[in-house]
Design a binder for this molecule. Sequence first.
Ligand code: S3P
Length: 176
Amino acid sequence: MIVLIGLMGSGKTTVGRKLAGFMKTKFVDSDELVEAKTGRKVREIFSDLGEGEFRRLESEVLRDVCGEGNDIVLAVAGGAILSQENRELLTSTAKNIVWLDAPTPTLVERTGVDQHRPLLDGDPSGTLTKMRADRERLYAEIASQKIATESLDADQVVTEILRVCRIDHDAKSARK
Ligand code: S3P
């Protein structure tokens, strides 16, 4: 299993989908799993049920997917690592946990293109700055590798992930 972590806008979903396509393996995104499970969008879950319920659902889908086997690329939504239980689950399940990062202004720019992140309503720059301060040590705690994506396009990030995880380009050795 390859797990991608990082703040909103770091490219986990875009890169994860490409990486899984390249490796001919399954791709899952924790937000998409929560949406599929509830039949509601993340924004609706936050507004109708609250962040606490979202976090509970998030932990639930992570437990499910981590029990599914190793042949998976998993993009983990930015806030899931706040839970110690989730961090322990991920580190005990995945050999490769790759932290994708970019400077905060870049994250602000990338997340500005759509409206599906309720926590970024209002002051995205201030919020992402605070999230970085609060979360950076948690990403660092569980990451096996970190990639600075600022000057790379998605394909180059995929190549970099394969390199840092020492995965053969035929992807066979990633199946563990
Ligand atoms: C969040 C990240 C989002 C989504 C929700 C909250 C966070 O996922 O789960 O808006 O707290 O960082 P992405 O990191 O996939 O954007």
